[in-house]
Design a protein. Structure first.
Length: 266
């Protein structure tokens, strides 16, 4: 049996205020998979992903990439295996599209002040592949949400990772760009790379992901084929929402939220 690309073993994450964000999570992902990470706000999705690439320190448990623990690894060593596409870019510092994507080559740079020809060709190829070459001299903060998301994915792509962690890639996008981003992610998956994507659009995850991990209160609630594990009962238990779950004429699963069961008062 092939060794999993990613293995999470009894992972716990506590913050300084005592909040127990991740509670004993264990799962594995093999190579060549697009896996969805689903759950309500505050369930620990982002915290768990940040433990995988050591943006946050692990409290206990372990994370293994290709059978090697991330504990003791430097940021540069991890960056050659794992790339990250954040939900929001907190500051572009006036960088152009080209400069932003070139940042993805940082783990491989051998020169302190300039990039090698191979780095430049890798970035140029990615700009073309993700349809943003015509924007390469434009400041990142001048782009639309859809354009900016493609640039961030291109930056992660040029890291040549084994695992890509993508956090809420479609949260500010319209229908067209949601589908476009997911098509790009699915096209990137191949035998030597997997993508773990945290997303709130359950129907979108069910359409594109081979497997989904559903989280609730820092724990795994269910894992499996989204078309099998996502049910009206699961939506009720995880989100406290009454919903209709069905399949369209093409066999694609959809979720139609109907009512927040806890209600509210004004």
């Amino acid at each position: 049996m092939a060794e999993p690309l990613l293995e999470v073993r009894d992972l716990h994450k506590y913050y300084e205020d005592g909040h127990h964000a991740v509670r004993g999570m264990s799962f594995s992902i093999s190579s060549g998979k697009l896996v969805g990470l689903i759950g309500p706000n505050g369930c620990g999705k982002t915290s768990m992903m940040r433990c995988i690439n050591k943006l946050h320190p692990i409290t206990s448990g372990d994370v293994l990439i290709d059978g090697e623990s991330v504990r003791g690894k430097t940021a540069g060593e991890i960056a050659k295996k794992v790339s990250n596409v954040p939900a929001e870019l907190r500051g572009s510092f006036g960088l152009t599209v080209y400069e932003t994507v070139m940042l993805g080559r940082y783990p491989y740079l051998k020169n302190i002040w300039w990039e090698a020809e191979t780095d430049e060709s890798t970035v140029t190829d990615a700009l073309d592949k993700f349809g943003v070459s015509h924007l390469q001299n434009k400041p990142l903060n001048m782009l639309s949400s859809g354009e900016r998301q493609r640039v961030l994915i291109a930056k992660a792509y040029v890291q040549e990772p084994r695992l890509m962690l993508v956090d809420e890639p479609t949260s500010h996008l319209d229908m067209r760009y949601k589908l476009e981003v997911m098509e790009y992610l699915r096209a990137m998956v191949r035998k030597d790379i997997s993508i773990l994507v945290a997303e709130h659009d359950i129907s979108l995850m069910a359409r594109y992901c081979e497997e989904c991990i559903i989280m609730k209160e820092g724990k795994i609630y269910a894992v499996g084929d989204p078309k099998k594990v996502i049910t009206e009962e699961l939506i009720q238990e995880v989100y406290e929402v009454s919903a209709s779950v069905g399949f369209d004429r093409d066999g694609e699963l959809f979720v139609l939220p109907k009512k927040y069961e806890a209600g509210y008062r004004i």
